[in-house]
Design a binder for this molecule. Structure first.
Ligand code: PEP
Ligand code: MG
Length: 758
């Protein structure tokens, strides 16, 4: 009989490609052995899979041996011809097995009938995956060509078996997740991290790890098994909840929440999702497990996607898994959300934060550094956020009780009564510090100098707080959020509606629009720029706008139009030179001319300013102050770029020092240059609300502070308690100091650097 090895190799390639969709390892391996045996006219073909932990090969599929041996026949690497082939990482072809010393005979599976034996290891590099074995009754049956063919097949099988193995590990993980999580023992009941969004929170830990599905509910072992109908009802309930959530968020967060839950609904409608879960249930799989299996498959596929937009959907799929499971088990009467839970995540997107906030999450613990936008958006939403290391995050068990003191960046695990009492005090103190009830309309120093407090606005929903906290205007509107939480650039018209709402709600008060500040760690997933090796030094902020003039023009036109009959300003982020500013200003003038031509109303008196964020801008601040209408110190970036310390990098966070002498002197230079030119100057970075630094800032002549609204009461209180002469003396002393340690000693001496008490 003629062997057809070429056909065989092609056949197996096809089998493997078909298998990509099927993913049932048992079935696939069986097809492979059947095909090999048929094409090679071998009496037996078997596949053994190697377990690295146990160090054994187990028979997983066979054509020709007794089927009962599958899963039962096990070989160590020092046993039999197969074990030896795998151990020595080479094919072994034996003409007459019964004469071979290494031959291991297994009774009961009818191996004794076969003489010719060819074992080929299945390898990935040097990693042992298993063995492909053929046997024939006729001695000396296999030729060198057969060895080559079998090697080719083994090579193809290796990748496929490995992939299927990974998938089944993921499934096992999903099933494991439906069991109670074993409590991890933590060395300490307190974790110190870095605060990204202040406040206090209390809740149970809930880990969102991209490698596993977040299906967390446990089936009741005594309950009757759930049917396909039960699952269909869970789907209906889930759809209702999501539609309701979308409605609520669209009302509360109109500027950013455009259809943020739409992917949930699309995935639910996909036959490969809900349909496949139903099929698994009708085939006898436990319903909770069926959800976990399909959710895990989706998570795996999505998280490996090359397209960021698809990768971003991982959390949506997990959320769906949770909702479906809870609704199936009827865990809560009405709906499932993240109330009472603190999310621990390696990575969160601004849209995830929005969604989880709509689902009432209590707090966030992030383990891979906090992007500035995540911190900013959490602050806007009033949700505490703490950044910790990956190891610290791994030490927290799911379901563990926690208290977050995000002002200090401290997480208490399994807190006792004493910690709860302290937490209550902290919570009250935090509320008092941010209590706006005794805030005055205008702010004065102790000696009667007028100071202005403005609000930083990130989301339109911040405006009501700004009004409540009596902000005199908006010192910084971060315009990028409507761009970030979308699938595409918003049009001029969409932007106009958002900006106009902001202007209207501020009711005649000044509004400072900042042009788009993306790039760095603030990325747009739909903008397919090549990834940059150093994004903070790359196509960020005004550089992006100048490079993408059409996007810039649409934004500027929307700002100018929203400013008609109002008091509005526009400022440019990350200006590196006078030339940058002039180039941006020229485009504003172009926009004004085109609006004139089209007869569209706008604010022709819009003031144009520079955000002082770069060392190069500080060096040319005199010229910038001459050209611009105003300057605003973006201290968050100024510190980052002057000190070359990534503001999001935990490892260097101790070097991110606002009181570095270079920063103090740079800020002094900026303020002096602006005042010399009689130009308006303000500060809008986080430093503007730092109690330790407030006397210095007042002392160098700053009278305009733009802060997150919650900080306004405290800033007003501190300003009212400060005499300008004292502040000037403090500033002069600090400007004389050349070392960080001297500044620190000075602050401690003046009681302006209270020890952090834990
Ligand atoms: C700053 O850099 O200080 C600033 C206010 O801008 P952002 O934090 O948005 O980068
Ligand atoms: Mg900045």
């Amino acid at each position: 009989m003629k062997k057809r090895n070429v056909d065989l190799v092609c056949d197996i390639a096809e089998l493997i490609s078909l298998a990509e969709g099927g993913r049932d390892r048992k079935e696939l391996l069986q097809k492979v052995v059947t095909s090999v045996a048929m094409h090679m006219h071998a009496d037996v073909c078997s596949i053994y899979i190697y377990d690295e932990d146990e160090k054994v090969l187990t028979l997983r599929a066979t054509q020709g041996l007794d089927n009962s041996a599958i899963g039962q026949v096990k070989l160590r690497l020092d046993e039999g011809i197969t074990g030896r082939a795998v151990r020595e990482l080479r094919p072994i072809c034996v003409g007459k097995a019964s004469d071979n010393a290494a031959y291991k005979f297994f009774p009961g599976i009818h191996e004794e009938d076969y003489e010719a034996f060819l074992a080929v290891p299945i390898l990935r590099g040097l990693r042992r995956i298993g063995a492909l074995v053929v046997q024939a009754r006729e001695a000396n049956y296999f030729t060198p060509n057969d060895v080559k063919a079998l090697r080719a097949i083994a090579a193809q099988l290796a990748t496929m078996i490995e992939n299927v193995q990974l998938l089944s590990d993921a499934r096992a993980e999903a099933v494991r997740l439906t069991q109670p999580a074993p409590k991890k023992v933590t060395a300490d009941s307190l974790i110190r991290g870095r605060s990204a969004s202040t406040g206090t929170a209390r809740g149970k830990a809930f880990t969102l790890d991209s490698a596993k599905a977040a299906v967390c509910a446990l089936p009741d072992p005594d309950a009757a098994p759930y049917t396909v109908d039960d699952f269909s009802m869970a789907v209906e309930k889930t759809v209702d909840q999501i539609v309701q959530l979308q409605r609520q968020t669209s009302e509360a967060l109109a500027d950013v929440a455009v259809l943020i839950f739409s992917a949930h609904l699309l995935i639910l409608e996909d036959d490969q999702f809900a349909g496949r879960i139903s099929r698994l249930i009708s085939e006898g799989t436990d319903a909770v497990k069926a959800i976990a299996i399909v959710v895990n498959d989706y998570v795996e596929v999505f998280s490996k996607s090359k397209m960021p937009l698809i990768r971003e959907k991982v959390l949506d799929v997990k959320d769906l898994g949770n909702r479906l499971t809870r609704n199936l088990l009827n865990e809560t009467a009405d709906e499932y959300d993240y109330r009472g839970q603190i999310i621990i995540s390696h990575e969160l997107l601004p849209s995830d934060i929005l969604k989880l906030s709509a689902e009432n999450v209590e707090g966030f613990i992030v383990s891979s550094g906090v992007t500035s936008h995540n911190a900013i958006i959490s602050r806007s939403l009033g949700i505490p956020m703490i950044a910790i290391s990956r190891e610290q995050a791994d030490s927290i068990a799911d379901g563990e009780e926690m208290l977050m003191d995000a002002a200090q960046g401290i997480i208490y695990l399994r807190p006792g009564a004493e910690v709860y009492r302290k937490y209550q005090e902290l919570d009250n103190a935090w509320k008092m510090m941010h209590n706006a009830s005794d805030m005055k309309e205008e702010t004065f120093t102790k000696c009667g100098e007028r100071v202005h407090i403005y609000a930083n606005i990130n989301l339109l929903s911040d405006v009501h707080l700004a009004r409540e906290f009596k902000a005199e205007g908006v010192g910084l509107y971060r315009s990028e959020f409507p761009f970030i939480v979308r699938n595409d650039f918003p049009t001029e018209e969409e932007q106009y509606i958002i900006y106009k709402k902001l202007v209207d709600q501020m009711d005649g008060r000044m509004v400072t629009f900042r042009t788009l500040d993306i790039g760095g760690d603030k990325m747009l997933s739909y903008y397919s720029s090549v990834s940059e090796a150093n994004p903070f030094l790359g196509m960020r902020a005004i550089r992006f706008s100048l490079q993408n003039k059409d996007i810039f023009t649409q934004q500027l036109r929307a700002f100018l139009r929203a400013g008609a009959d109002a008091n509005t300003r526009i400022m440019f982020p990350l200006v590196a030179s006078v030339d940058d500013f002039i180039a941006a200003r020229d485009i504003v003038y172009e926009c004004m001319r085109s609006l004139d031509k089209e007869g569209i109303a706008y604010n022709p008196d819009t003031q144009l300013g520079v955000m002082m964020e770069l060392p190069s801008a500080v060096e040319v601040v005199d010229e910038l102050a001459m050209e611009a209408d105003f300057l605003s110190i973006g201290s968050n970036d100024l510190i980052q770029y002057m000190l070359a310390v990534d503001r999001t990098n935990e490892m260097v966070s101790k070097l991110y020092l606002a009181h570095h002498p270079a920063i103090l002197r740079a800020m002094n230079r900026i303020v002096s240059a602006a005042l010399t030119q009689n130009k308006d100057v303000s500060i809008c970075g986080d430093l503007s609300a730092d109690p330790r630094m407030l006397p210095f800032l007042l002392g160098i002549g700053l009278k305009k502070f733009s802060v997150d609204s919650v900080n306004a009461p405290n800033v007003q209180r501190l300003v009212s308690a400060t005499n300008l002469c004292d502040a000037e003396e403090i500033a002069n002393c600090m400007l004389d100091l050349g070392r960080i340690s001297e500044v620190e000693a000075f602050l401690v001496d003046r009681n302006m650097a209270p020890e952090i008490e834990v």
